[in-house]
Design a protein around this ligand. Sequence first.
Ligand SMILES: C[S@@+](CC[C@H](N)C(=O)[O-])C[C@H]1O[C@@H](n2cnc3c(N)ncnc32)[C@H](O)[C@@H]1O
Length: 421
Amino acid sequence: MAPDAEPEPGAADYEQYKDGFHDWLATYWPEPREQLHAGGWRRTAEMVADIKRHLAAAGATSSASAETSASAAISALAATSKPPRVGTAASADTAGGGSPAPAPAPCTAPCLGRPLEVLDICCGEGGTAAHLAATEGWRVTGVDIVESAVQAARARAQAYGSIVRVACQYDTPAHAVRLRLLYEAVSDRATFVHASIFKMPVPADSYDVVYGQDPDGLANPERVHAFREILRVLRPGGLFYFWHHWVPGPGWPARLLADYRADPLTGPAPRLSHEEYVADVQAAGFRLLHVSDCSQLAAQHLGAMEQRVKRRQGRQQGQQQAAAAGAAAEATGPGAGAGGAKQEGEGGKGGEGASGGGQKVVEAHEEEEEEEEEEEEEGEAGGWTAIPITGWLQRALHYSELAGGRMGVHVVALKPPAAAL
Ligand SMILES: C[S@@+](CC[C@H](N)C(=O)[O-])C[C@H]1O[C@@H](n2cnc3c(N)ncnc32)[C@H](O)[C@@H]1O
């Protein structure tokens, strides 16, 4: 960059989010690693249903979401009152991979056309993008600022293998249906770009939907520029859908907001209020369709995270006690080692082990082994300097309580159709 060039809006995120961030986050995250947003797969399923509902309301499904899985196409055909003659047999989806596989949504408009083109902003390690490409047949581009996350996302999509999909055309006068089988690698449908959402190497007007699940790039105070960039890449009439569970909710008193922003433990990026967040969406040129908080989601997620952090602290405490007891036993001479070993068993569950039977102790050890793999000291994590999660969590819970539990922002908005731009 030339010395006098304008700094790129949102550039602070390049420093904030680096390799190691996702390892650190996953250590404390209650949801699965491939879903680093609050609510996990359940919330994703709600999002997909919401998106379809909004698209249907906007009349978009008939032109965009035309391809569907074999099973959905066939059930849609079966549901028509005059069953047409089907000339080609079709096989069902063969998507692999470790993600949950809810039944594909019913096909509302089976006809030849193109799949929905979707952008996943701040996609993380790509679990959602790969899953939606495999189960919905959408073409999803994921964008994330962390290179290692993008690499993990590509590997995840590749692990899904290929899917078989059906494109079908209903010929009204002949009552005939033409079916075409399409074999495609999920990794061709879910692709990933290493970039900031403030500057995406993506042509204008190229997506039907942009979604973001806890997209932290939008926590950047310069977020209005990101909203403008999202508006640019959406097609006129396209849908923008996101939620962000850990930002302030609606109606926080000014004093509370000021305290929250000034608190060094509430996170690396200063945040605006729920109201300012929404105002930025409008200032960028979107038309709002829906605005709400995410209080319930935030309460569940923060609560689950708190439990996880407490369990981890308990284990650490237990390990420390066991180590201290072992050292003391060694110091007092032979025969004392058995006491140390007993302590270790108890320590593994933060002291709970003493009340359990043999089975419980075995389970405790298994759980430890599983979670120990994820453990990472707070502090430096692969080039990314971690904020202390316990402090962050404590403050998030504290402010949420002071705000009567009102947390988060959930927005659905439309890029105005060309005529209204
Ligand atoms: C809470 S995680 C959510 C990840 C993902 N949406 C999911 O559901 O698993 C937030 C993500 O935002 C990404 N991020 C932060 N700032 C960004 C920016 N300016 N541009 C793109 N990604 C960004 C982080 O790297 C991280 O993957």
